[in-house]
Design a protein around this ligand. Structure first.
Ligand SMILES: *[C@@H]1O[C@H](CO)[C@@H](O)[C@H](O)[C@H]1NC(C)=O
Ligand SMILES: *[C@@H]1O[C@H](CO)[C@@H](O)[C@H](O)[C@H]1NC(C)=O
Ligand SMILES: *[C@@H]1O[C@H](CO)[C@@H](O)[C@H](O)[C@H]1NC(C)=O
Ligand SMILES: *[C@@H]1O[C@H](CO)[C@@H](O)[C@H](O)[C@H]1NC(C)=O
Ligand SMILES: *[C@@H]1O[C@H](CO)[C@@H](O)[C@H](O)[C@H]1NC(C)=O
Ligand SMILES: [Zn+2]
Length: 513
């Protein structure tokens, strides 16, 4: 009898989990025993596990064996006194690198990276050792202890609040190169060997430095030859980390040449397309990349209107490479989405397709105008929500995101480094993951955070907020989600999923013994 009820309830649980839980609880309460029925307890536990991300994945024998291995490895990790997800990533990185769970995650085919930014996708060491060692590279030192770069065939014009330009090559010949290069590195990244809590005591201090790193790399990465190689290097790093597809958020700035001439936005977009094609030619199992055009969220309404119009034009002219549109920059200090409501309604008004991929809810300013962004993003039919860190505090928005199947792009390391959460076990995505809310894992600005690829963020998600309960099914679901929630067409998704599945099967068979 009990098992009949249980079966019925389990069928129901799949359709209406909350009702089923209530019924099960009532059954337990009305049983009249002082000790709750262990079988029903077991059923409730299984019900809850089945509700998590990947809870309904059917696992092969080999996958189950790999899961058992992973579980043991994770158990060992959780017991550690220096548990990496509980620590700041800068302090945890070397521990993560030596973790056997991490090495498995590196080998795992992770699908797609759907939330990464153009000028923070590459390890800054590449910028130092490759970009700054090219000829004609000039550097100047700003009044506020930062640096700027420019490549120029002539002596470049001075810029305000900066020292005269020095040819880097000559400077290196005169100065201690190690010290100079270390100070350049220090300006290109947030990563530090010092105590990160001391160096970055508040959101303001960390964002101040974060924005400075972008200004410092600007002159390097917007130089045409570096621009192409940088993007190629970014694809290489993702590929090496077993990521097969990318959706990159790009400012599409003017790109300059050695003689000072510049290229427009269409050229920049076309260059992304060309480099992607070259990369694919050299790596046939890489699926490709698409671009989400972004604009700073401080601009005025007329500028936003102009930019949205340009985005519609680019979308029309480059439908295969261009995925859509987004706003970037510190949400707390920027204008809320609602401020731009007229501009953002233009595509709909004109019957033009322009998909939105809004950053929203990357904040802990509860109850402010900015905090409404998650709901507004959904009202503007966003295709995904970037971060959605505040989503749990908005039950209506959360419900809509689930109902409309709008995935949240969770970037754990970014949220920790930018000081929204300290201990990644407490990341709000723990809740989202426990109830299979549509979500993907991404890395935001791996270059600036001292990470690379997706594996570090997968580690924090799987070992940190996934807890012991997340399993191989969760990983499988997260990887598949990254393809399913991409901007690829249904047919492309099918192709990508088939290719991912082949790699996945290979990964599983190579890692069970
Ligand atoms: C930088 O990388 C590019 C592309 O891999 C390579 O062709 C070039 O020689 C490198 N330059 C330096 C200075 O390392
Ligand atoms: C350059 O500076 C580093 C670090 O301060 C020091 O260890 C090294 O000896 C110096 N090299 C030279 C050639 O002075
Ligand atoms: C950035 O560069 C300036 C100028 O060389 C230097 O004084 C400063 O120490 C560097 N910052 C870091 C964090 O290395
Ligand atoms: C809007 O911003 C642009 C670019 O910063 C500026 O050129 C323009 O004058 C501004 N317009 C208004 C109405 O403030
Ligand atoms: C969002 O989609 C709904 C339903 O398709 C539509 O009615 C609405 O006008 C759209 N809103 C915007 C701002 O695109
Ligand atoms: Zn972002």
């Amino acid at each position: 009898m009990i098992s009949t009820i249980r079966n019925a309830l389990q069928v129901m649980a799949i359709q209406r989990p909350h009702v089923a839980v209530v019924c099960l609880l009532l059954c337990c309460l009305s049983g009249g025993h002082s000790i709750p029925d262990p079988r029903q307890r077991e059923a409730l536990i299984r019900l809850e596990t089945s509700m998590q991300t990947g809870g309904h994945e059917v696992l092969t024998d080999a996958e189950q064996r790999l899961d058992a291995v992973l579980y043991k490895l994770k158990q060992v990790e959780v017991m550690r006194a220096d548990f990496p997800p509980a620590m700041h990533f800068f302090k945890a990185r070397h521990l993560i690198r030596s973790s056997p769970v991490f090495s498995l995650l590196q080998k795992m085919p992770k699908g797609a990276a759907l939330h990464v930014h153009d000028f923070s996708m590459v390890d800054v060491e590449w910028l130092l050792t490759n970009a700054t060692y090219r000829p004609y590279c000039y550097i100047c030192f700003t009044d506020d202890q930062s640096i700027r770069f420019i490549f120029s065939s002539r002596s470049p014009k001075p810029v305000p609040h900066c020292s005269p330009w020095y040819l880097l090559e000559s400077l290196r010949a005169k100065m201690n190169t190690t010290e100079l290069d270390n100070s350049i590195m220090g300006n290109l990244t947030l990563f530090t060997q010092q105590d990160p809590e001391t160096v970055y005591p508040s959101q303001d201090t960390v964002w101040f430095k974060f924005e400075h790193t972008f200004r410092a790399v600007w002159g390097l990465v917007t130089y045409a030859p570096v621009f192409r190689d940088y993007y190629y290097q970014g694809l290489t790093e993702l590929y090496m980390d077993n990521v097969m597809y990318l959706e990159l958020r790009c400012l599409l700035p003017e790109i300059y040449e050695l003689d000072g001439s510049t290229h427009d936005r269409a050229w920049t977009l076309k260059t992304y397309k060309d480099v992607t094609r070259h990369f694919k030619a050299a790596h046939p199992d890489f699926f490709g990349a698409r671009i989400i055009f972004t604009v700073q969220r401080q601009v005025n309404v007329s500028f936003m209107t102009k930019t949205v119009e340009e985005a519609m034009k680019l979308q029309k002219n480059f439908p295969d490479i261009m995925a859509g549109f987004d706003l970037v920059g510190r949400e707390d200090k920027g204008r809320p989405l609602w401020y731009y409501r007229d501009a953002l309604s233009l595509p709909m008004e004109r019957g033009v397709t322009l998909a939105f991929f809004f950053h929203a809810g990357e904040t802990n300013l509860e109850g402010t105008e900015v905090d409404q962004n998650v709901l507004d993003a959904l009202l503007f039919n966003t295709s995904r929500i970037g971060h959605g860190f505040a989503l749990l505090r908005h039950p209506v928005a959360k419900g809509l995101s689930k109902k409309e199947d709008v995935a949240v792009e969770v970037c754990p390391i970014s949220n920790q480094v930018l000081k929204l959460v300290d201990d990644l076990r407490n990341h709000p995505a723990a809740v989202l993951m426990s109830e299979n809310h549509p979500m993907v894992i991404s890395s935001d600005d791996p270059g600036v955070f001292g990470a690379s690829g997706l594996s570090y963020d997968f580690y924090e998600a799987f070992v940190g907020f996934g807890g012991l309960r997340s399993n191989i099914g969760s990983l499988k679901a997260l990887a598949k989600n990254s393809i399913r929630y991409s901007s690829l067409t249904a047919q492309q998704q099918e192709e990508a999923l088939a290719s991912w599945q082949r790699r996945w099967d290979k990964f599983v068979s190579e890692n069970v013994f």
